[in-house]
Design a binder for this molecule. Sequence first.
Ligand SMILES: Nc1ncnc2c1ncn2[C@@H]1O[C@H](COP(=O)(O)OP(=O)(O)OP(=O)(O)O)[C@@H](O)[C@H]1O
Ligand SMILES: [Mg+2]
Length: 147
Amino acid sequence: MNIVLKSEAETRAWGETLGQALTGGIVIELVGDVGAGKTTLTKGIALGLGVEEDVQSPSFTISRVYDARDGLQLAHYDFYRLSDPGIMADELRDVINDPTVVTVIEWADIVDGVLPAGRLRITAVAASDTVRELTVTGPAEVMEKKL
Ligand SMILES: Nc1ncnc2c1ncn2[C@@H]1O[C@H](COP(=O)(O)OP(=O)(O)OP(=O)(O)O)[C@@H](O)[C@H]1O
Ligand SMILES: [Mg+2]
C-alpha cells in the first residue's frame, strides 16, 4: 500500500487513523532517512492510541513508554545512536512479546534479528519539503483495517 501525505498535519492524521486500528502486540518498524517523518507519524499513532502525554523523539533516551487506551502502552524506540544492541535487544524481546504493548521502532536495523516477521513496516520518503510518500507492508489483519 502506498500513501502520499502532503503536510505534517496529514501525516499525523494518517498516523492517528492507524493508531485507532491497532491492537496490542503489534510491532511497527519505521524506515526512512533523518527528517522523513518517523517521529511525526508516531505522534499521530499515539493520538489514535489515546496517549495523552506529549510524545517526544526518543533519539537521546533510546526508548519512551506511554500509557494508552484500553490498558495498552505505546513503547517508542529510536536506535539511531545505539552501537551495541546487547541489553536493548533483551528488553525489546520482552516488550514485543507483551500483548498489551504497541511497539514502534525507528532505526531498527541494529535489532533486526529480534523483530518479528509479522511486523508492520512503514517506509517514509521525503518527496519534497512538505510531501512524504509511505509504503506500508505487513500482516493482512492489520492492513485490512481502515488504513
Ligand atoms: N508531510 C510531512 N509529513 C511529516 N513530516 C513533514 C511533512 N512535511 C514536512 N515535514 C517535516 O519533516 C520533519 C519530520 O521530522 P521527524 O522528526 O518526524 O523525522 P524522523 O524521520 O523521525 O527523523 P529522525 O531520523 O531524525 O528521527 C518535521 O520537521 C516536519 O515538520
Ligand atoms: Mg525520529
